[in-house]
Write a protein that binds this ligand. Structure first.
Ligand code: BTN
Length: 323
């Protein structure tokens, strides 16, 4: 029902303040009764909408529900028609993205969930994804060369997430090369990028960028030492998701523009520091010097010889800290 969706977008934009029923009716060229019915239907869907005589309707500021309509309300106009799939609970948004692609979906699309029962991380790890406290999203993109661009997209995704968080008022976050965001020494965000091949041609045609962020997440004992949370329950998660998607799609549309790497460098947790990295089970020590234009980490050994590390082949930690 289009009216319901349009009303939700308006309420979401003015979250926490009242909108006049009369004005809404005029804006959407419907009767006040139609507005009232649509509001009641939204309430039945779980939205906390209060009404007050002479003031109108207000979406409660505390409303934490994720919804496709609310995300759309925060997307720039040229992205508002993109498909958005929102779930209360799913195995993994990256898995759902794969299913949608194998069922023939060819659009860029966004998949979000309130919680994941089998959230996946890199290297076969799981990603803890409880309800209420986090953001779990997958963005499906179709770059011209999916395999080549998958690494850049991961780097862009880290910048997209850091910039969106900070512009919504979170404390500054840092990026640990290549794809984790850190806050107060603990990981608060992970990114899993997967290229999907077309079954018939065998050519990688789509990329799925999966991003998980702990906003106000309580962890079980075994994760508390390594996993952190932003502790920013007031962040509007619908707005955050829209900003991350818009940031990432903007950067991906112009891969020749490398200016995002400057933001990446400014947020880097490793540049200028001693690091230990492993390649094929052998450990090396070096100083992280720079991020090159391909997103590689330039490292110098004790003799000043430099080497460029590429993601996927190494695991890394700061020499003075255990992460
Ligand atoms: C990592 O830390 O190794 C990457 C974690 C990626 C988690 C996100 S949450 C949304 C998307 N769906 C998944 O199953 N994983 C990614």
């Amino acid at each position: 029902m289009a009216l319901k969706h349009d009303l939700l977008m308006e309420l979401e934009k003015s979250r926490g303040s009242y909108l006049s029923g009369q004005k809404l009716a005029e804006q959407f060229q419907v009767s006040r009764n139609a507005v009232w019915k649509a509001i009641n239907s939204l309430r039945q869907d779980g939205y906390q909408i209060s009404s007050r005589t002479n003031s109108g309707y207000m979406l409660a500021d505390s409303n934490k529900q994720l919804s496709a309509a609310a995300i759309r309300a925060y997307l720039p106009e040229h992205l508002q028609a993109m498909p958005i799939f929102a779930y209360r609970k799913i195995d993994s948004t990256n898995n759902e993205a794969k299913r949608l692609i194998s069922n023939g979906m060819q659009d860029d699309a966004l998949i979000i969930a309130e919680s994941q029962s089998a959230g996946r991380g890199r290297m076969g790890r799981s990603f803890y994804s409880p309800p209420d406290g986090g953001v779990y999203l997958s963005l499906v993109l179709h770059p011209r060369s999916a395999l080549n661009q998958a690494i850049s997209l991961t780097t862009m995704a880290a910048v997209a997430a850091a910039a969106a968080l900070e512009s919504l008022g979170s404390e500054p976050v840092q990026i640990k090369w290549v794809n984790d965001l850190f806050y107060q020494g603990k990981k608060i965000c992970g990114i899993l990028t997967e290229a999907v091949s077309d079954f018939e041609s065998g050519i990688a045609s789509s990329v799925i960028v999966g991003i998980g962020i702990n906003i106000a997440t309580e962890f079980p004992d075994e994760l508390r030492d390594i996993a952190g949370s932003l502790d920013s329950p007031s962040i509007n998660r619908n707005q955050l998701i829209a900003m991350i998607a818009a940031n990432l799609l903007r950067m991906a549309a112009d891969p020749a523009d490398k200016s995002y790497l400057q933001t990446y460098r400014e947020h880097s947790l490793v540049l200028g520091k001693q690091i230990i990295y492993w390649q094929n089970d052998i450990s090396y020590t070096g100083t992280a010097l720079d991020i090159d234009d391909q997103g590689g980490l330039v490292v110098a050994d004790a003799d000043g010889n430099t080497t460029v590390l590429h993601s996927g082949e190494i695991s890394l930690r700061l020499a003075e800290q255990k992460h």
